[in-house]
Design a protein around this ligand. Structure first.
Ligand code: GLU
Length: 303
């Protein structure tokens, strides 16, 4: 298949819609300043072919897409014991909801809502230097050094009152072992990592290759663990719109409020799309449209 032509066509179709709807995330001030008039898309096949179009080389804030990679580190080291601290079910609630956490006694529904990712950050802190470990994993996976945007990290720390509430709540229930401020520091910094679509499409390569590193033969995590992460992306990766994503696109996806969405076609390719304006569910409006066009044009979907 001529993937470059597919991505060019998608970009031609969605670019006229830039600015026509959706809003950039405004609750993190540093993200509110990003121009919504940007669109990029990139993919990498399991055998190393690449294609990209639009603003695919422009770095952006990966936000919740980081949760896939922190989860990868946690399952690699902890295996099934990780699930003593969190569940694996879609939440059906906003990603920063406190209500569910109270009724479920401090155990987050899944690792992709904020509470779950904060609990994963706590586990990584117990295991080592969490921030450096996440950066090292991402840099290794995409073959380039990636970094944290300090302005975004500070902006999150200055305004992350709901995340602080979630973390304190979990601490009260005994879900977190480490001090709340240290756990939040990891979480805010991992969300503030900057990467481009090209880098993210490469980095997610192990998810379509049964856990094998995108640039080598080493196993990043086991085949069974990758299958589970892909399942969680499908069921929990796009906030409260996971059903709609499965219905329209049918691929494991993880979105972030920076406007990025990473998607996996198992055994075939990994791709990333980015456009900062978000729909009401917090997912990139044009990103979602582009992924639906991709599934339609290529017939690639797990269903
Ligand atoms: N740093 C963001 C927050 O915690 C991440 C949200 C997201 O991308 O879903 O609110």
């Amino acid at each position: 298949m001529d993937f470059q032509a597919v991505l060019n066509d998608i970009t031609t179709e969605v670019t006229p819609l830039l600015g026509a709807g959706g809003q950039v995330a405004s609750y993190i001030p540093a993200l509110a300043r990003v121009s919504p008039l940007q669109f990029g898309i990139a993919l990498r096949t399991c055998d190393g072919q690449e294609a990209s179009a639009g603003d695919s080389a422009k770095p952006f804030s990966i936000q919740s897409m980081s949760k896939v990679f922190s989860l990868t580190l946690a399952v690699r080291s902890l295996g099934d014991t990780l699930w003593e601290r969190m569940g694996r079910e879609p939440s059906g609630s906003p990603f920063n909801s406190l209500v569910q956490l109270e009724t479920e006694r401090g155990i987050p529904r899944n690792p992709f809502i904020n509470a779950g990712a904060i609990a994963v950050a706590d586990r990584l802190l117990t295991l080592g230097d969490a921030k450096s470990d996440i950066l090292a994993l991402l840099s290794s996976l995409c073959g380039e050094t990636v970094a944290i945007d300090p302005e975004v990290a500070q902006s999150e720390a200055d305004t992350g009152f709901r995340n602080a509430a979630l973390a304190n709540f979990m601490k009260g229930f005994g879900t977190l072992d480490n001090p709340v401020d240290k756990v939040l520091d990891v979480y805010f910094n991992q969300c503030a990592i900057r990467m481009s679509c090209v880098q993210l499409a490469r980095a997610a390569g192990y998810l379509c290759r049964d856990g094998v590193h995108p640039y080598g033969g080493a196993q990043v995590i086991s085949e069974a663990q990758v299958r589970r992460i892909n399942a969680l992306m499908l069921t929990c990766g796009t906030y409260d719109a996971a059903g709609e994503f499965a219905f329209r696109i049918g691929l494991p996806c993880k979105s972030g409020v920076g406007g990025g969405i990473v998607a996996v076609v198992p055994d075939t390719l990994s791709l990333c799309v980015w456009s900062p304006a978000l729909d009401k569910t917090g997912n990139s409006q044009l990103g979602k449209m582009a992924l639906e066009l991709f599934a339609t044009k290529t017939g690639l979907s797990i269903f």
